[in-house]
Design a protein. Structure first.
Ligand code: ARG
Length: 481
């Protein structure tokens, strides 16, 4: 046995590793998802080494063509990943050696897997966050189009899930848009904060070789270089920030999921979900279950769990790199995948849901939603609000006992009971007018809702421009072809 035992490198070992070490140590089954980023990082690193005279032009050329061939194999699904080669970094480097021989041994000059993995994760995250941000813009656009179409469709607004005051479907949808725009803002600010290149930090203390970190950063499309080599290899804040943003975003999504489940039930009947997003029951032939709405509600728990998982992994770790940090990837990957899938589902499911005008309006009437408006009629006729509140409560109670509604009781009877002019009551009980009276900033006046829906569309166009600029490939990626 060599003095490495069965290890990939090092020397002076007297024993082979325990049988579980290889499986426990290996991350390749999941970190191979960063293969493209790993290769882009290597292209940038090798190019900087060549420019600095640390690597010959011939070796650089051989390395680049080897890396291109590896990427082609990986994309074609013919690359042979090996658990014995531990992780994505070693698999690619070892395969490069198999292909081009000696020059491959120069690629890892002035580099460690510690700064390499820190880089790969940033590049991977940058790409995926741009995708997520794009999905969010698409969702926001879909919601604003729906909001425009339904800007004057009256519906019950709720507090405590009890019918409260009238709003419009458009207003309701735009409330969710507000939450998604905050999510998008979180992603954009996170992209800005993580725009720092860790490569060149080496294992923890930089290198004695004359590398040019600014050049590497430029080749990789970063505007800044990590200022401290210890922090560069131990920082996983951008992962935590992502998981925090994902947990918050998924919480928003789960609230819509819950509304879709409720609104699609026969008890509400506010929307009909398209068949493409529902499934049948194996037992009950009549069922159409809103599984996708339930799952986007349910998956928020799993994403919040990923956030807690990474917090627990990082808590108490000393500087700088520790192997515990290999555990950062699975929760990150899972959360990002789940978040993007849910955004896509919602983007496609919400616009396809058909709002049921009649059910929306029946619920308004049955819920006495214009009770506050009637109380305001008394106020306008000189009654103190506290007293008018009382009079309307008594009136509603009587009508409930009779099993009737404002609409069915009629303005005439109500006006006589309340001793106010008939026109005032008729005016207050007209839902269209009731909505138009709500004419303050942020309120559901249909014209305001319409203007806001259009404004959202314009903001979305602005986000698209920002994202297109951020998505431009970096020079190292362009060199890969
Ligand atoms: N697979 C490792 C990880 O993801 C790469 C870094 C390993 N570094 C080391 N010194 N063992 O964390």
């Amino acid at each position: 046995m060599s003095t490495k035992g069965d290890r990939l490198w090092g020397g002076g070992y007297e024993e082979a590793t325990h049988p579980l070490v290889q499986r426990m140590n290996a991350s390749v089954s999941y970190d191979q998802r960063m293969a493209r980023e790993d290769i882009i990082g290597s292209v940038a690193h090798a190019t900087m080494l060549r420019d600095q005279g640390i690597m010959s032009a011939d070796d650089h050329a051989a390395i680049l063509s080897g890396l291109r061939a590896i990427l082609a194999d990986i994309s074609a699904g013919t690359f042979e990943w090996s658990e014995a080669r531990e992780d994505v970094h070693m698999n690619i480097e070892a395969s490069l050696r198999d292909r081009i021989g000696a020059p491959a041994g120069r690629l890892h000059t002035a580099r460690s897997r510690n700064d390499q993995v820190a880089l790969d994760e940033r590049l991977w995250l940058r790409r995926r966050l741009l995708g997520i941000a794009t999905r969010m813009v698409e969702l926001i656009e879909a919601l604003s189009a729906q909001a425009w179409e339904h800007r004057s469709w009256a519906m019950c607004g709720y507090t405590h899930l009890q019918r409260a005051q009238p709003v419009t479907v458009g207003h309701h949808l735009l409330a969710h848009v507000e939450a998604f725009e905050r999510d998008l803002d979180r992603v954009l600010s996170l992209l800005r904060r993580m725009d720092v290149c860790p490569l060149g930090a080496g294992a923890l203390a930089g290198t004695t070789l004359p590398i040019d970190r600014a050049r590497t950063a430029e080749l990789l499309g970063f505007s800044k270089v990590a200022r401290n080599s210890l922090d560069a290899v131990s920082d996983r804040d951008h992962l935590l920030d992502t998981l925090m943003a994902a947990a918050t975003g998924m919480t928003h999504i789960s609230r819509i999921g819950e509304e879709l489940v409720l609104f699609a039930s026969a008890e509400f009947g506010y929307i009909r979900l398209p068949d493409a997003f529902t499934t049948g029951s194996s037992l009950m032939p009549q069922k159409k279950n809103p599984d996708m709405a339930e799952l986007i509600r349910g998956k928020s728990g799993r994403v919040a769990g990923s956030l807690v998982s990474l917090l627990m992994t990082l808590k108490g770790l000393p500087l700088a790199y520790n192997k515990d940090m290999q555990e950062d990837k699975e929760p990150l990957f899972d959360a990002v995948d789940t978040w993007e899938d849910c955004l896509v589902l919602l983007r496609d499911m919400l616009p396809a849901a058909k709002w049921q005008k009649k059910n929306l309006s029946d619920a308004l009437d049955k819920g006495f939603l214009l009770a506050t408006d009637l109380a305001d009629v008394l106020v306008r006729n000189g009654v103190p609000f506290r007293d008018s509140h009382e009079h309307i409560a008594v009136l509603v109670n009587t009508l409930v006992k009779e099993g009737t509604t404002f609409r069915r009781a009629g303005a005439k009877r109500i006006a006589e009971t309340l001793k106010v002019p008939h026109e005032d009551v008729a005016d207050a009980l007209n839902i269209g007018r009731a909505l138009r009276k709500r004419d303050v900033v942020g309120a559901p006046h249909p014209a305001r809702v319409g203007r806001e829906a259009k404004a959202v569309g314009r903001r979305a166009a602005g986000y698209r421009k920002t994202l297109t600029a951020l998505a431009a490939p970096c020079p190292a990626e362009t060199m890969l072809g």
